[in-house]
Design a protein around this ligand. Structure first.
Ligand SMILES: [Zn+2]
Length: 402
């Protein structure tokens, strides 16, 4: 066995994660993607092959030269728990290193209760008791609002009514596992860059529409968090002078005019919805061809298109990915969005592709698990000391197989 060092352990865990996330890959492509020499990669993959963690698979289709042997993940090298914290519910999932979801559970939760964190810990403890994993790498948590650092996990969220909530510290004290906490859209962007439509792009914009309007920025292959973890708050782009009050305290933010509650309010004013009907009914009406309901989505799409053109001009992504609960209604947003968006772009960006995700309710929690599963690629150190612990656990998996 080769002498183990911190750098080799990190690369070894990155090889496992890469094969988990990207599927069978040649040694040359692994070396290129992980930035190590072909000679070192040959040695690392030999160790992992000897340990039975990876396996040699079919040859890749020849592109003129000698066909290369592909390597794939042989055993389940580790799993992660992902937790989505909402105002009135908690969703927890258990995911394999390749992103496959093993199980999920949703429990009612009151974020505003004084016992909120203790309640969350109790729900999580029950979920962990049912774990099917032989090797858990850590717990990832996604919350609305701002998180100072993934490793510290102090949360400020007007939506949850939390101010300087020491969520990360409380979970670390309760469980003997690494804990990583981040904003829910940043977590979703991490999932997109590992397993989703941003997988092959170093610069991508992940936007979410739903209760809130948000964005996760993937810049040079990593999620860009900004100075205090606030980057990507496109929901608070000032949009309408003296417009409706936003939860941030300002008036006329994008989110306050095209978020779900705003669309429902408009629909009630126009008698498209009664006082008891909500966003699901509005979507159903639009789906069945109600012109007034379609109009509300198209107007939202128009405002969103103008705002997003400004963001794309500023950030220059290769692709824009639309996600979030509201993506289910995207075909209604699109009529207003496309003309406003394209005409607002600078000529060089006018062809930027829009990729729409098929929305699933577990997606936020899966994103949270990806905070843990993406750690081996965290060259910038966003995941801090908790991320180092995750990498250590992944390297230990390799040693335990000997
Ligand atoms: Zn606002």
């Amino acid at each position: 066995m080769m002498q183990s060092s911190g750098k080799a352990d990190m690369t070894r865990s990155a090889v496992l994660s890469f094969l988990g996330g990207h599927g069978p890959t040649s040694r040359a492509d692994l070396a290129r993607n992980l930035g190590v020499s072909p000679a070192l990669m040959t040695q690392l993959t030999k160790d992992l092959l000897d340990q039975g963690l990876i396996t040699e698979m079919e040859y890749s289709p020849s592109r003129g030269g000698r066909p290369a042997r592909l390597l794939g993940l042989a055993v389940d090298a580790g799993d992660a728990i992902g937790v989505k914290v909402g105002m009135d519910h908690i969703t927890a999932v258990e995911c394999r290193i390749d992103g496959t979801m093993l199980r999920s559970a949703t429990e009612p939760f009151d974020a505003s209760a004084p016992s909120a964190v203790a309640d969350l810990i109790a729900i999580l403890r029950t979920f962990l008791d049912g774990s099917v994993s032989t090797r858990l790498l850590g717990i990832g948590v996604a919350t609305p609002g701002n998180v100072d650092e993934q490793s510290a996990g102090t949360v400020d969220s007007t939506q949850l009514g939390w101010s300087r909530m020491p969520l990360g510290a409380s979970l670390k004290a309760a469980f003997d596992l690494p804990v990583l906490v981040d904003n829910n859209v940043n977590a979703l962007a991490t999932a997109e860059s590992l397993y989703g439509q941003a997988k092959h792009h170093d610069n991508a914009l992940v936007v979410t529409i739903g209760t809130g309007i948000g964005a996760g920025l993937i810049a040079d292959g990593a999620v860009y968090r900004g100075h205090a973890g606030v980057a990507g708050e496109i929901g608070h782009i000032p949009t309408v002078e003296n417009g409706p009050l936003c939860q941030c305290g300002a008036h006329g933010c994008l989110e306050a005019v095209i978020g779900q509650q705003a669309l429902v309010n408009i629909a009630r004013q126009r008698a498209v919805l009664t006082a008891n009907e909500g966003i699901d009914v509005l979507r159903d009406r639009a789906d069945s061809g109600d012109a007034k309901a379609e109009q509300i989505f198209a107007e939202a799409g128009h405002l969103f298109g103008r705002a997003l053109a400004g963001v794309v001009n500023f950030f220059d992504p290769e692709v824009v990915i639309v996600s979030g609960e509201g993506a289910e209604s995207w075909r209604h947003w699109m009529y207003g969005f496309e003309p406003a968006f394209r005409s607002g772009l600078v000529p060089a960006k006018r062809g930027v592709p829009i990729a729409v995700e098929t929305w699933q309710d577990d997606r936020w929690a899966q994103g949270a698990a990806c905070l843990v599963l993406g750690t081996p690629f965290d060259e910038q150190g966003l995941s801090g000391v908790q991320g180092e612990w995750v990498r250590q656990r992944l390297a230990d998996t390799a040693k335990a197989q000997l």
